[in-house]
Design a protein around this ligand. Structure first.
Ligand SMILES: C[S@@+](CC[C@H](N)C(=O)[O-])C[C@H]1O[C@@H](n2cnc3c(N)ncnc32)[C@H](O)[C@@H]1O
Length: 282
């Protein structure tokens, strides 16, 4: 990958110039996700999604929480992989992106920031759990040939509708039962906020599934909210602990960079982790 930086823990994220507010961090009383103690980000919501974005998102949150068994004690067996809930998100949204809790109609800043230092020209990239497609489009703009997939058909249709001219190949697929031809097929596998939306018992299988997509010499990029080992921040979503990030290094993937990005300017604490598979025979 061009201009691949040796990024490590302790990076001064603010110095990267991408320290702008983010609404996808910790859920506040209005249903917007942001860091504890951070001010509401009206600039983002009004600019991207309309004046009453916060109210629409809050109303949607209430409905979604009401149908989420993971928000109730003992409710996990009802929807162990959260499939019905993810389906419900897109169905209940009725074409309003404010009702999709992770939708921003723009790529996530921590991905854009990472891409700014690299060229993906000619590389094959896979976006996992692509939602409405903004991150997949950013990967394509960086020069990659992108396949993007989501479990939910409506999400994939919506992404295609939003980007009718897109070169991204949007597919309906399940991370846990992906097409066999994707095995070892991607130079870059990108996952943002899907792992943290999955119940913890699924993460070992998710790790193996993600690793299986990575070609020899390829990279897995994981971006998620962060918590300390042993810290309970509630959920869903469930911010990932360092030990969980480290446990994603399976099937000959090596963790080569782990940034612990502190909460700042509306952005909650995050991990940005890069894993690499050795070259074939290397
Ligand atoms: C928290 S959202 C993040 C979406 C997107 N990455 C973003 O940041 O905007 C997680 C996404 O993963 C999808 N998803 C959940 N389980 C999945 C699975 N088993 N296979 C593929 N996609 C899945 C959901 O439908 C949802 O769109």
């Amino acid at each position: 990958m061009g201009r691949e930086g040796a990024r490590t823990e302790g990076i001064d994220h603010a110095a990267s110039g991408r320290d702008r507010p983010d609404a996808d961090d910790v859920i506040d009383s209005k249903g917007i996700e942001r860091a504890p103690g951070e001010k509401p980000d009206s600039t983002f919501s009004q600019r991207a999604l309309g004046e009453d974005f916060a109210e629409r998102r809050a109303r949607a949150r209430e409905k979604l929480d009401a149908v989420d068994p993971h928000k109730r004690a003992g409710g996990i067996e009802a929807d162990p992989k959260r499939r019905e809930w993810f389906e419900a998100v897109y169905a209940l949204a009725e074409d309003d992106p404010a009702a999709v809790p992770w939708a921003h109609l723009e790529p996530r800043p921590l991905l854009e920031d990472w891409l700014a230092a690299r060229s993906l020209v000619g590389l094959r990239a896979l976006d996992v759990g692509c939602g409405l497609g903004d991150n997949a489009e950013a990967l394509a703009r960086a020069g990659a040939h992108v396949v993007a997939f989501d479990l939910v058909k409506r999400a994939v249709q919506w992404a295609r509708e939003r980007f009718p001219q897109s070169a991204v190949d949007y597919r309906v697929a399940d991370l846990f039962d992906a097409p066999s031809e994707w095995r070892g097929a991607f130079d870059l596998v990108h996952e943002l906020y899907t792992l943290q939306a999955l119940p913890e018992p699924l993460l070992p299988d998710a790790a193996r599934a993600l690793a299986a997509f990575v070609a020899p010499g390829g990279t897995l990029l994981v971006i998620s909210r962060a918590r300390d080992n042993g810290e309970d921040l509630g959920g869903p979503p469930w911010p990932l602990a360092r030990t969980t990030i480290e446990s994603l290094a399976v099937d000959s993937l090596r963790l080569v960079a782990l940034e612990d990005i502190p909460a700042s300017g509306g952005l909650a604490r995050h991990w940005r982790a890069e894993f690499r598979r050795g070259e074939a025979g290397g």
